[in-house]
Design a protein around this ligand. Structure first.
Ligand code: SF4
Length: 139
């Protein structure tokens, strides 16, 4: 979920994600791996396996495990230079995929929250997201 979420939010080509998972896990078998990668992890199967993308910000990651406590990024910050990359990427992902996702009843809340944000806040999130995407190799 952790690696898949990052690749989903970063917009990595699902074919590259397939190849990466097949390459790093010694027990990865293609017909099992592809279903999980395309369906569950990347929402790249047209919605056959999952009903919505499993996109998460640091808020969710903090609830799921202890890693944010020792991380050099600030899980609570959304737009600063040291903000957790997942926070801005979460909104960047929703903004750039709005045409595909906003009519999904399970995602509507995210777009309602986005639309209620101050324009400056939305702009700051997109700017930070752009900076993160431009520096994926150096995060
Ligand atoms: S603060 Fe660090 S550990 Fe927590 S979600 Fe962000 S990058 Fe991951």
């Amino acid at each position: 979920m952790v690696t898949g979420n990052f690749m989903l939010l970063a917009g990595i080509d699902p074919g590259e994600v397939d190849r990466w998972y097949l390459g790093i896990y010694i027990d990865a078998i293609e017909w099992v791996e592809i279903t999980n990668t395309r369906g569950m992890s990347q929402f790249a199967d047209g919605g056959i396996v999952g009903t919505k993308p499993y996109a998460a910000s640091a808020n969710y990651m903090k609830k799921m495990g202890p890693y944010c406590n020792g991380c050099s990024y600030d899980a609570a910050d959304k737009t600063g230079d040291n903000s957790c990359p997942l926070n801005s990427l979460y909104w960047h992902f929703h903004a750039r995929n709005r045409a595909k996702l906003e009519r999904n009843p399970r995602i509507g809340m995210a777009y309602r929250t986005w639309d209620k944000m101050a324009p400056e806040k939305r702009e700051a999130l997109l700017e930070r997201g752009d900076a993160v995407l431009a520096n994926l190799e150096n995060l």
